[in-house]
Design a protein. Structure first.
Ligand SMILES: Nc1ncnc2c1ncn2[C@@H]1O[C@H](COP(=O)(O)OP(=O)(O)O)[C@@H](O)[C@H]1O
Ligand SMILES: [Mg+2]
Length: 247
């Protein structure tokens, strides 16, 4: 991990209508850092990470990614969207495209890569997520866990500076979760900068540098995984941990 701030959110407020979803949030992530965001449903976790790549507008505050203020100009916003990879709970693959085409399409459209270049990258990435045998298959032929690994490969194809994961394993059959977590752990070891919303506490303990616990639109507590799990400070974090550990 380096000292450079890769993500810097400063005094962020966001409303959905009258509903104050993010309340004066300060949040930053260093280059190479793995941050796990957890907290009860509805606490604002998805909104927080969707703000990082400008998928959600904010009402006040500043968001800098690698030093660039994303809302300062249209160009900044476009650049950031190409540099911040996002993996969602539901994979959002194109059903009518093959696995390889799903991975190459953004490279050719957004990054102006040649077809050959994009195809070479796709083969490398399919190896990385252990799906090289699925290159010509369609999403419908894959299990949920395999689709999620394709979605990860698709994000990596853009050579992102930051990877955002929003509950990447929570819609998967239990038996396919492990392979997805393995790929994510590998990325964590490769020094990607990662923000991951997840309740997979094994993942958090193994590769997380920091846990951020949210509730009602605020960051209630942040700490190393060891401290957070063994010695949660706030009553809300204690209650949350009791609930997820009893499942
Ligand atoms: N587009 C939207 N319009 C209105 N309310 C929303 C919208 N998206 C989320 N919300 C509300 O904002 C709150 C936080 O949502 P979200 O960020 O998805 O939380 P989490 O990911 O922690 O479950 C929830 O109460 C949710 O219902
Ligand atoms: Mg969410």
């Amino acid at each position: 991990m380096q000292n450079k701030k890769m993500i810097d959110m400063i005094k962020i407020d966001k409303y959905y209508g009258d509903f104050h979803v993010l309340k004066d949030i300060d949040f930053n992530v260093k280059q190479g850092e793995i941050v796990v965001v957890c907290g009860p449903s509805g606490s604002g976790k998805s909104t927080l990470i969707r703000c990082i790549n400008g998928l959600e507008e904010i009402d006040s505050g500043d968001i800098l990614v690698d030093g660039v203020n994303i809302w300062e100009s249209k160009k900044n916003l476009q650049d950031i969207r190409a540099e911040v990879g996002m993996v969602f709970q539901h994979f959002n693959l194109f059903p009518h495209l093959t696995i390889t085409e799903n991975i190459t399409i953004a490279q050719t459209l957004v990054k102006n890569a040649s077809k050959e270049e994009a195809a070479t990258t796709a083969i490398e990435l399919l190896k990385k997520v252990k799906l090289e045998d699925k290159a010509t298959a369609y999403p419908a032929d894959l299990s949920g866990g395999q689709k999620q690994r394709v979605a990860i490969a698709r994000s990596l194809a853009m050579k992102p500076k930051v990877l955002l994961f929003d509950e990447p394993t929570s819609a998967l059959d239990p038996e396919t979760i492990g392979d997805v977590l393995e790929v994510m752990k590998e990325l964590a070891r490769e020094n990607y900068t990662i923000v991951c919303v997840t309740h997979e506490m094994g993942f958090a303990k193994e590769v997380g540098n920091r846990i951020v616990f949210m509730d009602h639109g605020t960051i209630v507590e942040e700490n190393t995984p060891d401290e957070f799990f063994n010695n949660p400070k706030s009553p809300r974090a204690k209650q949350f941990l009791n609930e997820i550990l009893s499942h």
